[in-house]
Design a protein around this ligand. Structure first.
Ligand SMILES: Cc1cc2nc3c(=O)[nH]c(=O)nc-3n(C[C@H](O)[C@H](O)[C@H](O)COP(=O)(O)OP(=O)(O)OC[C@H]3O[C@@H](n4cnc5c(N)ncnc54)[C@H](O)[C@@H]3O)c2cc1C
Length: 398
């Protein structure tokens, strides 16, 4: 490994991969480090993404697409299912990825663009000289080394520590961490072309349970519940086990993962002198859905573009790098995070009866894209009362 790079990217998820690829394509020297021994594993994700969103970054490839979705369903607490069809869009709603292969492909592309990649290599401390971030201490198989960089892009995911070590508060309030568990299940009866979301305080308090098909009789079956609702006897796994026992009693679980998803507002500031935060490390997950793959790729790419401009101008101060912070906040993605945060805060206060009423009022929707905005717009159209309750927020969506 070289001792100095233009850009050091910490983390080999979608955010880090896009940051490294973009920076390398701009002609910068780039090092991407990943603490795990293999990119993409273990998967901590339900792997759903909208088709149009994905197409912004990469052409779809059957090697890393497990299933194509042509619709979705939302099941109310009383069991009523609202169907979201995609006839208008010709069946182009979304994909369920195979992230073991997808994440690997993204990093592969970064490497092809010229980035150096090191797995089983963990950033363990920032290197600070004269009060300024200069690089990071790395640990690999018991060896400690130092690497210097003009810019460090922290793409270290939901458990992000690099910012904290540098003195930036990245804590997520417990109530805004979704405690999640997911099984990869096979031999289950499902509609292989529709994602299904189950809502309700008995099913998934302040969250939802999902069935995302991975094949004809296989799916990611998972749940996210608010951290504050989790406790002995009612942990996310308890809710999921109850559901699985009832819905898929003969199914087989071939993988179990646990993880946290932040559904808080993004970090107050995602740039500092010589440092930028991207993806889950920046807390840019959609607070309503917990979806973060697109947002990770978006912020990773944008951060690298701004870093390249700033390196060219020789100014890596916080003031210069803040262009990145401003641009993502005012982008469609940034605005939708803010909007969806308010909607999430509204939704988690609804009783099961209120949820039933909202879902019953819409019997069938025609979706053009598996996006929250499309869904919310349609729900609001069918629920003038909801529109009033959401007030100014709803006005901004129309
Ligand atoms: C159960 C669950 C279901 C989800 N379902 C969906 C979904 O269906 N659709 C969707 O869009 N999003 C979903 N998400 C969210 C999505 O997985 C994340 O938003 C996305 O992976 C964020 O990408 P990232 O690159 O920011 O972080 P990550 O993908 O988490 O990558 C961060 C990487 O940094 C590495 N790292 C951490 N610290 C260090 C260090 N010190 N040194 C070196 N490497 C380090 C980690 O090992 C990791 O590989 C889900 C999340 C969970 C937990």
């Amino acid at each position: 490994m070289r001792s100095k790079y233009d850009v050091l990217v910490i983390g080999g998820g979608p955010a880090g991969a896009l940051a490294a690829k973009t920076a390398a394509e701009k002609g910068l020297s780039v090092c991407l480090i990943e603490k795990r021994p293999a990119i993409g594993a273990p998967v901590r994700c339900a792997e759903g993404i909208g088709k149009e969103a994905l197409a912004e970054f990469i052409d779809p490839d059957p090697r890393w697409i497990s299933a194509e979705m042509s619709g979705a369903g939302i099941v109310a607490p009383d069991g009523f299912e609202m169907t979201l069809a995609s006839s208008m869009a010709g069946g182009k709603v979304g994909y369920i990825l195979d992230r073991k292969v997808f994440d690997r492909e993204l990093v592969w592309r970064a490497a092809d663009a010229g980035a150096d990649v090191y797995v089983k290599t963990r950033a363990s401390a920032p290197i600070i000289h004269d009060g300024r971030l200069k690089g990071a201490q790395l640990e690999c198989c018991g060896n400690v080394s130092k690497v210097m960089a003009d810019v460090i892009i922290a793409a270290d995911g939901v458990e992000s520590k690099f910012g904290k070590w540098y003195g930036i508060d990245t804590t997520v309030p417990i109530r805004e961490i979704m405690s999640s568990v997911q099984y990869v299940m096979t031999d289950i009866d499902i509609n292989p072309h529709a994602t299904i979301f189950y809502l309700g305080n008995e099913v998934a308090p302040e969250g939802y349970l999902w069935v995302f098909p991975k094949g004809k009789r296989a799916a990611n079956v998972g749940i996210g519940i608010s951290g504050r609702k989790s406790g002995k006897g009612h942990r996310a796994k308890d809710y999921l086990d109850r559901f699985v026992k009832q819905k898929f009693p003969h199914g087989k679980t071939i993988e179990c993962i646990v993880g946290g998803v932040s559904v808080c507002r993004p970090l107050e500031c995602t740039a500092a002198d010589n440092l930028m935060f991207v993806g889950d490390a920046a807390r840019v997950v959609d607070p309503l859905t917990g979806g973060g793959i697109y947002n990770a790729m978006f912020t990773g790419k944008l951060a690298a573009e701004v870093a390249a401009d700033c390196i060219a101008k020789g100014d890596l101060s916080k003031k210069a790098l803040m262009t990145y912070d401003r641009e993502w906040r005012t982008s469609k993605m940034g605005r939708s995070i803010e909007r969806n945060y308010h909607i999430k805060e509204y939704m988690i206060k609804l009783s099961d009866e209120q949820l039933n009423a909202i879902i019953h009022s819409v019997s069938a929707l025609d979706l053009t894209e598996l996006s929250t905005l499309t869904l919310i717009k349609e729900l609001l159209k069918a629920n003038p009362k909801l529109l009033l309750e959401l007030g100014a927020l709803a006005a901004s969506i129309r």
